[in-house]
Design a protein around this ligand. Structure first.
Ligand SMILES: Cc1ncc(COP(=O)(O)O)c(C=O)c1O
Length: 393
């Protein structure tokens, strides 16, 4: 049943967790709590489902598998809705406080109390789709202008979704990392504000807020589960969601914190390369992966600061694990619920299946009949045409 998930094609680097304090200092409990208070006040906020997949767990000889399904988040279809929109709100708060000469609150921004000030501010980012959609949505909600830089491989449907939210779309030659550089240079030249999900030297505040926003989904999981999962398999692009999960879980569960297993496409495995080298490492993307949201060659240093202390393993999967994993969720085993999951959502599941079938991987990762595994289903059908094509085979 699981023969397409070949254990030999799953690369695994076990990683020694260390006793640092990055999980508390890079994103503090206050950062998470402030993001949670603001985002849960937004119109349309509702916790996303946490599905139990007991038949899958039994087939993999695991104790339990849960899938946090971000496919409907705020109608934007990915967890990214939590990050950029919140960071946009914070940038507007800070800028308007500065120009007004007195503090304004996030509630003021949400209620558009200073609408004429917000309208003069332009928010900018590079994206492979989901982050930009969140920023465009936030900018529209809070009344700011928005420019989104996309690379040559971003699908037209994803570009249209952002344009539909009022953003101006700029398509550049080159890959995701090149689009980050162009966005940054244009913003510096024009006095626009970059709201990036990745950090660099001297630029950490919006990426920290983005990760604090992701904390909402971790909090929702922890409110439903009555004990800590033993493992979380989570996708890695620049590392933001994996780092937020690691920090949020550590803050909630302390010594009982689950093992964090980071999963990347083998075509864009910058966190894996960093783990192998023991230091942050960029990779050149030779061929684009179909997991568009994970197609990043440069880790976010802020995220790496957390992951190098907190991750228990770094793994990669090939692209041909993706379609079978999407189809399995869409047409599940027995009475497990059917789930619509996009290409970048299923990497964690695919790695879990490949690892579970192999004695060596099971031992390395501590997977057994008592394992309670959490998967972070980071997107739904964010490009419905691509989704339909993959499911149809
Ligand atoms: C659906 C999806 N999953 C996972 C990720 C990876 O997140 P990060 O870049 O924070 O590691 C992304 C990034 O865009 C994404 O869109």
């Amino acid at each position: 049943m699981f023969h397409k998930f070949r254990a030999n094609d799953l690369q695994v680097i076990p990683h020694q967790r260390t006793d640092g304090n990055a999980a508390d200092t890079v994103i503090s409990t206050d950062d998470f709590a402030n993001a949670r208070a603001e985002i849960s006040a937004w119109q349309g906020y509702a916790p996303t489902p946490l599905h139990a997949l007991p038949e899958l767990a039994a087939a993999l000889q695991l104790g339990a598998v849960h899938y946090k399904d971000e496919g409907q988040r705020f109608g934007l279809d990915s967890f990214k809705a939590l990050g950029a929109a919140y960071a946009a709100c914070r940038v507007l708060q800070q800028q308007i406080s500065q120009t007004r000469g007195h503090p304004v609150t996030l509630t003021d921004i949400r209620r558009r109390k200073y609408a004429s000030d917000a309208a003069k501010i332009t928010l900018v980012t590079a994206t492979d789709g989901n982050h930009g959609r969140s920023l465009a949505w936030g900018a529209q909600r809070f009344g700011a202008a928005c420019r989104i830089y996309i690379h040559s491989e971003v699908s037209q449907n994803r570009a249209d979704a952002m344009a539909g939210l009022g953003a101006e779309i700029i398509r550049i030659d080159g890959d995701y990392d090149a689009s980050v550089r162009v966005a940054r240079d244009d913003a510096a030249a024009q006095g626009w504000f970059v709201v990036s999900d990745t950090s660099w030297a001297g630029y950490t505040e919006p990426p920290r807020d983005v990760m604090a926003g992701y904390g909402v989904l971790i909090d929702e999981v922890n409110q439903v589960l009555d004990s800590a999962p033993t493992h979380v398999f989570v996708q890695g692009g620049v590392g933001g969601i994996a780092a937020a999960v690691a920090a949020g879980m550590r803050q909630r569960w302390g010594q009982k914190c689950p093992r964090i297993i980071v999963v990347e496409p083998d075509r864009a495995a910058c966190l894996f390369a960093s783990a192998r080298k023991g230091a942050i490492t960029n990779v050149d993307i030779q061929t684009e992966t179909m997991m568009a949201g994970l197609s990043c060659g440069e880790p976010s240093p802020l995220a790496w600061d957390i992951l190098r202390e907190e991750a228990s393993a770094f793994t990669t999967i090939p692209d041909d694990f993706v379609a079978p994993a999407m189809r399995l969720l869409g047409a599940p085993l027995g009475n497990d619920p059917a789930i619509t999951a996009g290409e970048s959502a299923v990497a964690g599941l695919a790695a879990l299946i490949a690892a579970s079938a192999d004695t060596g991987h099971r031992e390395t990762l501590g997977l057994d009949n008592n394992a309670r595994v959490l998967l972070i289903g980071t997107e739904g059908a964010t490009d419905p045409d691509i989704y339909r094509k993959i499911i149809a085979g």
